[in-house]
Ligand binder design. Structure first.
Ligand SMILES: Cc1cc2nc3c(=O)[nH]c(=O)nc-3n(C[C@H](O)[C@H](O)[C@H](O)COP(=O)(O)O)c2cc1C
Length: 327
């Protein structure tokens, strides 16, 4: 079984990836948030520079519907030493889909087919794809799979929701199983993505799609950075007490080191307090529960206007978390 960290725009940056790898690990591949222009801005460049991604596998993601743009970005990434790029056919946001990009590209399968034909003919790198199962109707998925089957896709990651569902409802695991059945015998590897948040949800997936060979985790990893270690265990956790492989004290000290590395990483290059605070507040929207933060404590984080206030709010949470060092 392979485990991947999902790309999450603005969150799974190289700062986050390095901290996650150092303090938790268990991840076979990290996908970057998408690039959509052939000239990289300084933020994008910083994110993909090999010296910022040492010691773990990274696959940069591309979001475009223009073959020339895709090929130009891939060529630049090749110059930085990358061997694989990932095509985003999953982004459901209105601004992206209105231009027939991301999941919006799935609404014009003939154009998508021609695009794939061009990029697979011209790309010097391996191409993997991350896809939704269509815009809104069940028949779309079989047609899309018939298109995908024609190309030497390195790996197809399926987030089995329709574009119109955004992140709502339950993933359609049966659509992932249809992909397994349809692509059997082809060279295309498959990866499941969507709502894996615990060993229980992972084992429920394996119950429904037992031949799953790779899983990509997004929000579940933000909420619990230890999740990959938990998923790698043979048996699902039996009780909440077993839902961590670390003692409460180890759990807290790993989290503190992880948190501090991210904070210092952003402070190291972002001007003033505000951009760093924005990043940290977004993260706390997911990870509060991991250290049992109360709503009132998370509110203090959201209210912080300076890093100094933010640090006091974080100290307040960690001082009350299980496993805190006794004075
Ligand atoms: C804040 C946020 C940003 C995201 N950015 C990207 C992105 O840049 N590229 C992409 O393919 N998917 C992106 N996604 C989708 C995730 O990669 C993933 O497919 C989705 O969250 C479902 O997986 P999960 O339930 O494990 O989170 C994003 C999701 C969130 C919540």
């Amino acid at each position: 079984m392979n485990f991947y960290l999902a790309p999450m725009e603005g969150i799974t940056t190289h700062i986050y990836r390095n901290a996650l790898q150092r303090h938790y690990g268990g991840i076979d591949c990290y996908y970057t948030p998408f690039l959509s222009n052939k000239s990289f801005n300084s933020k994008e460049l910083r994110d993909i520079l090999p010296e910022h991604n040492k010691g773990f596998k990274v696959v940069p993601q591309i979001l475009t519907n223009q073959p020339e743009t895709f090929l130009a970005i891939a060529e630049k990434l090749q110059d930085y030493g990358y061997r694989e790029v990932n095509l985003n056919l999953g982004c459901p946001s209105g601004t992206v889909t209105a231009k027939k990009r991301g999941a919006g590209f799935l609404s014009v399968p003939d154009q998508l087919d021609r695009f794939l034909d061009r990029i697979f003919a011209g790309c010097p790198l391996d191409i993997s794809i991350k896809t939704r199962i269509g815009i809104e109707a069940e028949y779309e998925w079989a047609d899309l799979l018939a298109i995908y089957k024609k190309y030497p896709i390195k790996e197809l990651t399926v987030h089995p929701r329709y574009q119109k569902e955004f992140y709502h409802g339950t993933p359609h695991v049966e659509a992932f199983q249809l992909a397994i059945d349809t692509l059997k015998g082809s060279s295309i590897a498959l990866c499941y993505n969507g709502d894996i948040t615990s060993a229980e949800s992972f084992h429920a997936l394996l119950g429904k799609a037992p031949s799953t060979e790779a899983v990509m985790v997004g929000r579940g990893a933000l909420a619990n950075p230890e999740i990959f270690q938990l998923l790698r265990r043979e048996e699902p956790a039996q009780s909440p007490k077993e839902a961590s492989s670390l003692s409460p004290r180890e759990k807290l000290s790993s989290f503190q080191a992880f948190h501090d590395e991210i904070l210092m990483g952003y402070m190291g290059y972002m001007p003033g307090d505000q951009p760093t605070l924005f990043k940290m507040k977004e993260l706390w929207g997911y990870m509060g529960q991991y250290v049992h933060a109360a709503d009132s404590q998370l509110k203090q984080i959201r209210k912080a206007k300076r890093i100094s206030e933010y640090k006091i709010a974080v100290q307040g949470i960690l001082a009350q978390a299980p496993g805190r060092a006794t004075p």
